[in-house]
Design a protein around this ligand. Sequence first.
Ligand code: COA
Length: 260
Amino acid sequence: MNFENLIYEVDDQLAIITINRPKKLNALNKETIQELHDAFAEADADEDIGVIILTGSGEKAFVAGADISEFANFEEEEGALLARKGQKILFDFIENLSTPVIAAINGFALGGGLELAMAAHIRIASHNARMGLPETSLGLIPGYGGTQRLPQLVGKGRAFEMIMTAGMIDADRAFQSGLVNHVTSQEELMALAEKIAGKILNNSGVAIATAIQAVNAGFKPGVNGYDAEIEGFGASFATEDFKEGTTAFLEKRKPEFPGN
Ligand code: COA
């Protein structure tokens, strides 16, 4: 698949998606959002892919936000449509994929950029990363899930402070707040993402997909996460991966999960 604003690479069981508009600090314009949807859909549909890593090109930015030049003249309805469509085709889409997504935050992750990283299942950052939701400084609020996912990750008080001050936090502060899981040098960032991916790839992809659904269920209004867990737990017993995992344990060998 050819992309204008992305680099899509496959390395064995790993898909690496790099947002590639470095001159605009990888800001998310309409085309990039659609291409990201297509790239994630392709990776998720590929049975050989077990983990997706998302990063930004260049040394300065992961993503410096939604492309401000695209919506500067919008009116109310266009604004709502922008947020609704974006949430559906990209942000909610990523969160609910069967394949785990690691965001490797290599610089600025602002506005839609931080919201994109927060839609991923795991976040790691390089020391130079700066994260924030600057929307209120533009007379807006976050529109790609930021008002919901940031409090889930860092707590309501810290989220309010970030949203109200529109300020940026550095990678260490993000680590202390639980916004990112690890901080490393920029040179080591992709190697760390791949190391985490390698550990995930040792495990059952079917079980991981079910775990993603169960965890997400607890954050959906009107859905009982414990019930979703019971259902997913039960369903696991019908999989070949379960048979292989338990058999391998009893035979004292490493499992080779068939992936179904
Ligand atoms: N939308 C559109 N273009 C953006 C952008 C965005 N969110 N963020 C950066 N760019 C563009 C700049 O306009 C500039 O383009 P130009 O060279 O054609 O003028 C280019 O990327 C480089 O950015 P610049 O501002 O010159 O870099 P900097 O190092 O001085 O500042 C930031 C870096 C991230 C602090 C600054 O770019 C910024 O504040 N960006 C907007 C962040 C934001 O508010 N995001 C939320 C949007 S809802």
